[in-house]
Design a protein around this ligand. Structure first.
Ligand code: C2R
Length: 185
């Protein structure tokens, strides 16, 4: 849990092997100044622990839950069945099916139990953080302002990278680069 702020987002993942990806959601929340509680629990392996964590974070005043899992990923769906808070699911690439299994398991929820499903992996974890803040920003003007700044920083970053590439003169200055011919002879 981030130390200083009242947590408003809960992040849960199916295993500590998911942490390197799921911590990206926390990085975004830190950047946008939103406190969060983070844990590991599993609908498959530790359903009682999962239920107890959901009850605890609800009582703490958490407003949105992010759930990331790989493989036969039931975690986000089970969280959504246990709480009325909005649930954002992040499918993870942790099996031989490279996240397709987790994507389908997370996105194909039965009607009535929604999980807002993100992309597989790091981009999904980051977007889960951004989406959680967008939900919170509906009732928090200061957060809405931070999201505007976040977006304009992203645009500035693209501009900077474009300028740098243009100044370098493109890939032809990369050591060892040989332009590919479009007309093989
Ligand atoms: P281990 O590395 O611990 O064997 O976990 C985790 O999210 C992880 O990606 C392998 C993968 O199993 C996933 N897992 C689930 C659930 N619990 C664990 N999909 C669940 O309850 O949905």
């Amino acid at each position: 849990m981030s130390e200083t702020k009242q947590p408003r987002v809960g992040i849960v993942m199916g295993s500590d092997s998911d942490l390197a990806v799921m911590e990206q959601a926390g990085v975004v929340l830190d950047e946008l100044g939103v406190g969060y509680a983070i844990t590991i629990a599993s609908a498959h392996r530790a359903p009682d622990l999962l239920r107890a964590w959901i009850r605890k974070v609800e009582a703490q005043g958490i407003r949105v839950i992010i759930a990331g899992a790989g493989g036969a990923a039931h975690l986000a769906g089970v969280v959504a069945s246990e709480t009325l808070l909005p649930v954002i699911g992040v499918p993870l690439d942790s099996s031989s099916l490279h996240g397709w299994d987790a994507l389908l398991a997370t996105v194909q929820m039965p009607a009535g139990v929604p999980v807002a499903t993100m992309a597989i992996g790091k981009a999904g974890a980051k977007n889960a953080g951004v989406l959680a803040v967008r939900i919170l920003a509906l009732q928090d003007d200061r957060l809405a302002k931070r999201l505007v700044e976040y977006r304009s920083k992203m645009a500035q970053d693209v501009e900077k990278r474009a300028r740098e590439l243009e100044e370098r003169g493109g890939a032809k200055r990369t050591p060892g680069f040989r332009p590919a011919s479009n007309h093989p002879s």
